[in-house]
Design a protein around this ligand. Structure first.
Ligand code: KG4
Ligand code: ZN
Length: 351
């Protein structure tokens, strides 16, 4: 048995988008998690500006590292291995984080793992809820992804069951937020507004719900038709000069998205004989997703593991957590000449 003293100390480096995340994890124990976000600088443009994000990573990397080491009470020389996000994400942002991580790994003479950011969204749950069962279904939902995965081993064996054919869940929320004039990113605002509204007020469509689609796209999602339906609804009320029932629109739209996500996630657990569902990614902070999943999972005796809200959005802990799995599985480290991969497939855990 590995004693607590011998657990590996892993530094996680996250830099896929607007968050610079540095975290230190010993085994499955999180020692420190530092995040610097450049979102305030992007909000006024209504979207992420890659050049601004890259520059912000460069400014935040070393201060975040220093403060993480100080808070954890460890020295650089104590670190056993480094994991950094290698994709999917913005190439400029990834390059800054990858250069920092490569320099440290080279200077310290320790292994480096260039890992899949999206899989990290699932791995982080181990820091809160403990080791994973033998296999589970993963639902990753973020600004760029809405995927169902069969995870046989988080370090080495992931099967992609399906994903979105168009918009991701977070992306659809952000677009509806924009239609309603809510601040960017709209996801959390649409969520909050929806909590005050009636989810049955407006009958918005569920994507891929026709019998034919259910056969050919059993584990896929589609949210662009729904988003168009919301846009048309808003336009028709505006033409008539009527006030928008913002809370009801948000609640009904949210219900449509979460009805699809939760129904397919639970069905995937049943079909693949998994008694555990793990969710992750920025959208897994959504209040209706969390409540509807609990409701529906309980009926099938499925355990839903959902990270606390602070680990749903991008962070260094998710990257360190996946690094621990790779290190313990004895997986070969990444070569120091790797390039980040903006569209890294979900079945690839590291580069
Ligand atoms: O995982 P993440 O931090 O970044 C990506 O890798 O995309 O996810 C960000 C996404 C954004 O689209 C944001 O609007 C959405 O997650 N989001 C939410 C909520 N919190 C964050 N969407 C709906 N409800 C929320 N509570
Ligand atoms: Zn993410």
């Amino acid at each position: 048995m590995i004693t607590e003293k011998k657990q590996p100390l892993i530094l996680g480096v996250e830099s896929t988008c607007d968050e610079t995340g540095l975290a230190l994890v010993r085994g499955h124990e999180l020692l420190v998690d530092r995040t610097a976000s450049s979102m305030d600088q992007h909000a006024r443009y209504g979207g992420i500006i890659p050049e601004i994000a890259s520059r912000a990573h460069l400014e935040s990397f070393l201060p975040a590292l220093d403060s993480a080491l100080e808070e954890a009470g460890v020295a650089l020389a104590d670190i056993d291995a480094i994991a950094c996000s290698a994709g999917p994400g913005l190439i400029g942002s990834l390059t800054v984080g990858n250069c920092g991580a490569k320099s440290l790994a080279s200077a310290l003479g320790i292994p480096l793992y260039g890992v899949n950011h999206v899989i990290g969204h699932l791995a982080v749950d181990q820091l809160v809820d403990g080791p994973f069962p033998e296999k589970f279904i993963g639902l990753v939902v973020s600004g760029g992804h809405s995927n169902l995965l069969l995870v046989n081993d988080i370090a080495t064996d992931i099967v992609e069951l399906g994903g979105t054919l168009d918009d991701a869940a977070g992306e659809a929320f952000d677009k509806v937020g924009r239609l309603l004039g809510l601040p960017y990113p709209g996801g959390p605002h649409v969520d909050r507004q929806g909590q005050q509204g009636n989810p049955q007020a407006i009958a918005f469509p569920r994507g891929l719900s026709r019998a034919k689609d259910r056969e050919t796209h059993r584990w896929d999602f589609s949210f662009s038709g729904l988003k168009t339906a919301v846009a048309r609804y808003i336009e028709s009320l505006q033409k008539e000069g009527r006030e928008l029932p913002v809370a009801d629109i948000c609640a009904s739209f949210s219900e449509a998205v979460n009805d699809s996500l939760t129904a397919k996630a639970i069905a995937a657990c049943v079909a693949h004989d998994c008694d555990t569902l793990v969710i992750g990614g920025g959208f897994s902070a959504n209040s209706r997703l969390r409540s509807l999943l609990q409701e529906r999972a309980a009926k099938e005796s499925i355990t839903v593991r959902m990270p606390p809200l602070r680990y749903c959005t991008d962070n260094g802990a998710q990257i360190a957590a996946l690094g621990v799995n790779l290190y313990r599985a004895g997986v070969s480290p990444s070569s120091l000449d790797f390039s980040p991969d903006s569209s890294m497939p979900l079945t690839v855990t590291h580069i």
